[in-house]
Design a protein around this ligand. Structure first.
Ligand code: F6R
Length: 587
């Protein structure tokens, strides 16, 4: 949550900051701002709203200077206002900062600083960082020392970058439990929350470790620990293909990413054989297996559990990442904890795996972002290989998680993995449901409630369908086990209520069909997603016939399209749904 970028360049920096900001806008998009330093003045332009609008109104990219920092916000402390937008400056405008995270002791720090005469301009927790650095800098006259001294006073999570009025040739940064990366260029260097912020300019990246501080000029990068000792770390090269972030001919990233899935499921299936075998061996050798994740990744985790138990006879507990600590009684040195994540930066998940490690468990992960904290802190990682996912709603990362989970289980039981081309062809076929789905979206866009049901292996897909619908269309949606309907929720069904029934052929088909009949008898409009038509369905969305393990991938396509097209019908922005951010780096 919140994207930060800082750059020291040898020419105007603001246009570079603006481009970087737009690339990390997915991290938060309620306000944005840029600060640069030139001629001994820190200049700040910031406002509530989307980056493009702020640029049009105030010209973020026109600020002068070769050194600057920028921020795109997802509000935690303090409302969405111009004043609360970052960068924040200290009282004498000698220091400006941008911050991602939560400063837990900000009220206490604010009180102390106020007592010393500091005047605060915003309601944020972040502003204390600027005041703290200014106060320390006043004493020690050294940007790095001041940054360390200030960072040592902070409790909570942070990744921040600071700009100094009288040291215009540098920026400093520090991190604890929030990501901060360095981009090493030839004539410019960067600090950012995500490699996407600078990948256009350099692929050489240094991942800062927790509680490290950095000083960046346009020709040098120096890293320090919290005692001021120098830390040597070489840059690693990240994949250039991350630079390809255009929407192509699609109206939104979300639609592009949905349509990329015939390709991305295949790239996800291309796993290094040895690593996969090692992953599988670790599961086989474990005394107990736990799975943890959040949101859509949690739904993929539920599917993994089903397959591990049904097909590999391996008992498995799945826990929401944010609930893991409270349910980790039985995690120990003989356990394997499998963490699933697109971003690899979800705070709840990082806390869960750290708890697991503390208890001696091995952490295995399925993650899309290669250099992410999760990937670096796991004992073993399988990458999802589906390319950057920009749309806030998880789409291609979900189907990639499902196919990688399938690879794991297929390898565990020694069965043959599906062939890539065959899987791609079926996903392509599922995409041909788009005109039908679009029509359904148009018909039901004004409804206030949607229900999604499924049984067994299709139950997590009911949860996933509802989550997608809520976050993109803002329509209340509930996903549930088909069997649960008559235990209460059926009371909410009335004439015209849309209910999506996820029901391909298989052992749960007949029972779910009966539930569809019960729904229809009470006036519901039943939207069937299946490889088998039925008269009970008011609308039928056909997906190809496939073996059970692949059905969630095929079901995901119309569910994603339905949420997307409903959002478009309602004139929502599907790429940037309100109140959300792609990478949930706060608890
Ligand atoms: C929903 C969605 C979120 C994420 C969740 C976990 O479309 O995108 O529910 O799935 O925030 O994020 P990752 O997978 O990055 O850990």
């Amino acid at each position: 949550m919140c994207g930060i970028i800082g750059c020291v360049n040898d020419e105007a920096v603001a246009p570079i900051l603006l481009r970087g900001l737009k690339r990390v806008e997915y991290r938060g998009y309620d306000s944005a701002g840029v600060a640069t330093v030139s001629e001994s003045v820190i200049r700040v332009t910031k406002a509530a709203g989307r980056i493009d609008d702020i640029e049009r109104k105030y010209g973020l990219s026109t600020l002068t200077g070769t050194t600057g920092i920028a921020h795109t916000r997802w509000a935690t402390h303090g409302g969405v206002t111009d004043r609360n937008a970052h960068p924040h400056t200290s009282c004498r405008e000698r220091v400006a900062i941008v911050h991602n995270g939560i400063i837990e002791n900000y009220l206490e720090l604010k009180k102390q600083l106020r007592a010393k005469g500091h005047i605060f301009k915003s309601e944020t927790d972040s502003e204390v960082i600027a005041h703290l650095i200014e106060a320390e800098y006043h004493q020690v006259k050294d940007p790095v020392k001041a940054t360390i001294l200030a960072a040592k006073k902070l409790k909570g999570q942070y990744a921040f970058a600071a700009l100094f009025q009288d040291a215009p040739e540098l920026i400093t940064g520090a991190r604890k439990d929030a990501p901060l990366l360095i981009g090493v260029g030839d004539t410019k260097n960067f600090i950012a929350s995500d490699v996407l912020a600078f990948i256009e300019y350099t692929d050489r990246t240094i991942f800062l470790d927790n509680q490290e501080v950095v000083k960046v000029t346009n020709r040098s990068v120096e890293i320090f620990d919290m005692n001021g000792r120098s830390v040597k770390r070489k840059p690693t090269q990240v994949a250039w293909e991350l630079a390809d972030l255009s929407k192509m001919d699609y109206a939104h990233y979300t639609l592009k990413e949905i349509h990329e899935q015939p390709k991305t499921v295949v790239s996800a299936m291309m796993q290094n054989e040895e690593k996969l075998a090692e992953f599988v061996e670790k599961i086989r050798g474990a005394r107990s297996v736990f799975v943890t994740a959040a949101g859509t990744s949690y739904h993929a985790g539920l599917l993994l559990k089903y397959r591990l138990e049904r097909d590999a006879a391996i008992r498995c507990e799945v826990t929401l990442a944010g609930e893991f600590r409270e349910h980790s009684e039985f995690v120990d040195g003989g356990s394997v904890v499998i963490a699933l994540s697109q971003s690899g930066e979800t705070a709840d998940l990082l806390e869960a795996i750290r708890e697991a490690k503390k208890k001696g468990a091995k952490v295995l992960s399925l993650v899309n972002a290669a250099g992410s904290t999760l990937a670096r802190e796991s004992d073993l990682t399988l990458l999802l290989n589906c390319g950057p996912e920009v749309g806030v709603a998880a789409t291609k990362s979900f189907t990639a998680q499902v196919v990688v989970a399938n690879l794991i289980v297929d390898n565990l039981v020694g069965s043959r993995n599906g062939r890539g081309e065959e899987v791609a062809r079926m996903v392509e076929e599922a995409l041909s449901s788009e005109p039908t789905v679009k029509e359904i979206a148009r018909m039901y866009r004004e409804r206030s409630d949607f229900y999604f049901i499924g049984r067994g292996y299709h139950y997590p897909m009911a949860l996933e369908g509802a989550l997608k619908m809520k976050e993109l269309s803002y329509i209340h949606a509930e996903g549930m086990a088909a069997s649960e309907l008559k235990h209460g929720t059926l009371a909410l069904i009335e004439d015209g209520t849309p209910v999506v029934v996820i029901n391909p052929r298989g052992e749960t088909h007949a029972d779910t069909l009966s539930n569809a009949e019960e729904l229809k008898a009470r006036g519901a409009r039943v939207i069937g997603i299946s490889d088998e038509p039925s008269e009970v369905y008011t609308h039928f969305i056909k997906i190809p016939r496939a073996k059970e393990s692949l059905t969630p991938v095929l079901e995901a396509i119309p569910l994603q399209l339905m949420a997307y097209w409903t959002a478009v019908e309602k004139r929502n922005d599907p790429d940037y749904p309100r109140n959300l951010a792609k990478s949930v780096t706060v608890k």
